[in-house]
Design a protein around this ligand. Sequence first.
Ligand code: MTE
Length: 332
Amino acid sequence: MLIKSSRDGFIHPASSEITPRALYRERRDILKLMASGAAGTVLASWASREAFAQQAQRPGKGAALAGSKSGVPGAVTMEKVTEYKDATTYNNFYEFGTDKADPAKNAHTLKPTPWVVEVEGLVKKPTKFALEDLLKLGAQEERIYRLRCVEGWSMVIPWVGYSMSKLIEKVEPLGNAKFVEFISQADPKTMPFVGSSVLDWPYVEGLRMDEAMHPLALLSFGMYGEVLPNQNGAPVRLVVPWKYGFKSGKSLVRIRFTDREPKTAWNKAAANEYGFYSNVNPNVDHPRWSQATERRIGEDGLFAKKRKTLMFNGYEPQVGQLYAGMDLKKNF
Ligand code: MTE
């Protein structure tokens, strides 16, 4: 993101492999049928096929993690899901290197179990959650979200998790808690790039309390029906679909409730480029490039057209109200 090199950062590894996305295509077909009212007869076969898919056709090597279809408005886009291979080999996870291919190569050293997430700060019930307990705080749902990276590319990913609000309610924030800070693991023994000067480690992100409470803000444990691969932020990460991807911290170890706007890693590195809000906004350019369009990963053939970037990444009906009356150029 920040690195000012001659590379444009948009080099995308050629994907020749056809990945088992049949499950997702099929699901989309069924959702279309449901919309047309012809769904009843196919539901049973969907359920049994899903069970089969979880056992036999999972895309990677991770343990199955199923999520029921989410009822949260806006949580399931009907757009074509990005190939599993692309979503797991074209990553930003600077703890493992700054090249898009580095996390998939290097993140095998991350140890996602055992794992503890410490929730602290301005809450009535500060708690250290073992991963097993955290997994059970809410029902796992599948959310098919667009992810728009500040660098100008996007993907569509089927995440598994539950609304962050479930965890927030559990720890009972105090009245003066105005922000939530999300702190990622920073272990130089297992994360080779921690200690490099690109960022001030650990990776820290933050949300305003009402943003964190929004039902679309997802605490995610899985993707494509499996537990998160290491390079995507195992074992638990945030996904905030209406903000640039860097707001979605990976491999979280601490969640802190505060009365002050958190000092986030990218904001500390370049305050004029990465604001605290970082809502996807085609009308506010990054100082070094336009944000009006995006390249959808998987559609990057020679003649592929760029897509128009949508306000709040297309989630404006759901989240626009959070920013009513705010100057979004100032609060970028
Ligand atoms: N979290 C941590 N801890 N470290 C990172 O470097 N990169 C961010 C975000 N979360 C990052 C992080 C950026 S820039 C993006 S675009 C998304 O993760 C990418 O998520 P993905 O690799 O699962 O697509």
